[in-house]
Design a protein around this ligand. Structure first.
Ligand code: GLY
Length: 417
């Protein structure tokens, strides 16, 4: 099977790596890819958001399966175009991708499906912001009702900061979603979904704030670990039964059945799981940790979803132990990351590239805010952390910064339900 992966981040690097380990995959191609992906897959300079270009490449390269990593092409209907061209595609239709593309649509689906989530209101006029803030908070949760790659969310006890963020979103032409604050540790549960069939992957936890101890602004994600030692047995089944399957069934009922990876971002509160957000694709950086423990062939699993055969897939097999991924970010990320800095020591297989590129002279340089991820795998969370931070210590990036506490609260038993 020839597989084309669309995207250019560390998530796509992790997908390419896992696909290249699958004996049933004869070739992995990537578009547009990045400097790290280029070491293990042939790359093509394609605009990931252009259905025309993606379909033309898939046809030209005679691929059997297209795997779409990021949300933007999915929301724009690239998966529909690939399927219309007669090629199997892992990724939901534009209609189903609204579960991420429109937070208001997601709330409506959850209400119909009886899924617990935060109370919310949409505000689209600056004149209504203050009255709406009075009905929420503190703590205020202010979101952009559109795609914002995680950076559109501000969670704050500072009313002025909440008002400023809401005003900025409206100024940029988007509605604001105000939500009640959900208490409890967060879980990212990724599920392969094919209509009403749901197969969960290992649960993971992202670290969204830029600094140690959850200090500073939200980012696209600074690191993650899997599995979650503090999560009670049976929780994954409970999340599937109470959250993911009801949503999958409701989407089928609405005529926009989901096919691909449904990402449930949850807060594990006293009353059980409540949805913080849904995403229509693999999460970044959790995927980098989750796939590091996957022993089953990834290509077969993604192809089963894409061809409507997920119900026949044998149970997924996982390596025992734990995996940790830590993001190395550029100076001034997330506000205004500096690019063009030379990176050294990043040639290890356990380094997944995100914002990197090769300069004409061959030097590896930073080209984005989240520059790369390191992966650590071990017999337990402590060993996985040690491995990740040992690899990271070898990498040099001027001004680069990372969190030193990925998975640490879990390791020290400081997370409880
Ligand atoms: N881990 C956050 C995201 O993928 O959106």
């Amino acid at each position: 099977m020839r597989v084309l992966v669309i995207g250019s981040g560390a998530r796509e690097h992790a997908l390419v790596l896992a696909l290249s380990r699958d004996p049933g995959v004869t070739a992995v191609l990537a578009a547009p890819g990045n400097a790290g992906i280029g070491r293990i897959a042939e790359q093509f300079p394609v605009d990931a958001a252009s259905a025309e270009q993606v379909v033309a490449l898939a046809k030209d390269q005679q691929v059997d399966l297209v795997v779409i990593g990021p949300e933007v092409p999915l929301v724009l209907g690239v998966a529909d175009a690939v399927r219309d061209a007669g090629i199997a595609c892992f990724g939901p239709s534009a209609a189903a991708a609204r579960i991420e593309g429109s937070k208001a649509f997601a709330k409506d689906v959850m209400a119909s499906a009886g899924v617990r989530t935060a109370h919310s209101e949409v505000v689209d006029s600056p004149a209504d912001i203050d009255a709406a803030l009075d009905r929420f908070g503190p703590t205020w949760v202010v979101k952009d009702d559109g795609l914002a790659a995680g950076k559109g969310v501000v969670v704050t006890a500072d009313r002025d900061a909440a008002r400023d963020h809401a005003a900025e979103i409206i100024e940029n032409g988007h509605p604001v979603l105000l939500e009640s604050f959900l208490d409890g540790p967060e879980v990212s549960l990724f599920c392969l979904v094919d209509g009403e069939t749901v197969v969960p992957l290992l649960p993971a936890q992202d670290h969204k704030r830029v600094g140690d101890g959850d200090a500073g602004p939200n980012t696209g994600g600074m690191g993650a670990y899997t599995p979650l030692p503090w999560l009670p047995e049976g929780s994954v089944d409970r999340i599937v039964d109470e959250v993911v399957r009801p949503v999958a069934v409701e989407m089928v009922r609405r005529g926009c059945g989901f096919s691909g990876l449904l990402y449930a971002g949850l807060a594990m509160g006293a009353e059980g799981p409540a949805v913080v957000e849904f995403n229509c694709r693999f999460g970044d950086p959790e995927t980098q940790a989750v796939l590091a423990l996957l022993e089953s062939p990834l290509g077969a699993a993604l192809n089963a979803v894409a061809t409507g055969a997920l119900a026949d897939l044998p149970p997924l097999q996982w390596r025992d132990g734990a995996a940790v991924t830590v993001v190395l970010a550029a100076e001034h990320y997330p506000a205004s990351p500096r690019t063009g800095d030379v990176i050294t020591g990043a040639d290890d297989e356990r380094v997944l590239h995100a914002g990197t590129k090769r300069r004409d002279d061959g030097a590896l340089v930073s080209a984005g805010g989240r520059v790369l991820n390191v992966i650590g795998v071990g017999d337990d969370l402590g060993a996985a952390r040690d491995s990740a931070y040992t690899t990271l210590a070898e990498i040099k990036l001027p001004g680069g910064h990372y969190r030193s506490d990925i998975g640490l609260a879990a390791l020290e038993g400081r997370i409880s339900l």
